[in-house]
Design a protein around this ligand. Sequence first.
Ligand SMILES: [Zn+2]
Length: 377
Amino acid sequence: MNNIYLFPTNVQLAIDMITSSDENIVDLPATILSITPDVPPYVYVKTNKHIVKTKLGKLLTRHGYTNGNAKILVENYKNFNSNDFITKLSREFVKVYEHPLYSCGSTIQSCMTGMDCVSVYTDYDENIHLFLIYKEDTLVGRTLVRLDKKQYIRLYIDHNFITPDKATEIVNTAGYEVGTLLGLELALSYDYDNRIICPYLDGCYYVEVQRDSLLVTSSGISTSINGYIEECTCGSCGCNANEDDLYYIDGYDISVCASCLDDYVYFNDSYYHIDDCVRNNSTNDLVPEEYARNNLIEIDGNIYWDIDDCCSTLEGWYLVDDCVELVEKDNDGNRYAARENAIKIIEGDNLLGELTNMGLQPGWYLQEQLDELLTEN
Ligand SMILES: [Zn+2]
């Protein structure tokens, strides 16, 4: 025996029907666990200690429904669970979408209800159809299907007439497995404002604008519930992109795509084009050239370093590693000199015997300093 879980919306509908004809009605007990599709239907109700099986009609009368109203509700339930559903394939997208249906298991109405934009399904790929489920003359379920792939996309139903499980079973029995819209092409058409018409695609897909169609892809321009797509272009490479996916670069007054954003360096809350940046060799980061000129030390033309890595010498800036500490500051007051410009006096150094004999401290000197000492002595 299959137990079918009552869908809350359906219970509510039943209550609404009854209460509209009788003012002294109490709510259905919230303790109903499940209900069988048998005739008569049985209900499993949770009590303090046990789960009790009872006839639906009996349960309703016990909870204050009149015999007449209980009978109506039982009939309504039996109709709901009967199997006389009719299925149809259709390409009348606009007409079918006028009828409000709900996403399975949800109280959210399909956002494309009543939207003319679904017309773009009609004119390109003839494999795309609507699979429709009717209960007598009432449309109670629909899903897009791809006949060539034997796939259905997303089911929308009227919960008052069919359960999600039943709808899925019907679609599966008809030979469709759940699939996607990827790779599908839709007609390319424009509205009066020259916007590209495109429905919101189930599964949050993107589209690419082709010469005469819209191709459903996994990246590109995202579809929206407005029924059209906002086509924007990257100010750098010119690719089509969703407005939300473009980055505005303030200093350059340009909007670029994520891939072109790689050409910009983010520094102190702003973006700078890499052509306007130089490398800080101390940190290996790209920094704006203007910043480098004002804050870093330039050595050997266009090679920038942090000031901590550099020494000021008589001949200008040198890297710390290329400098030696002088025994005495030079005439400009520099403590350091470039190794290539300095001479080392070693204790007992015969080559410079004359100077060492004068009691000169060993260490690094500039040639000028030695010359001066020689002149003085
Ligand atoms: Zn770009």
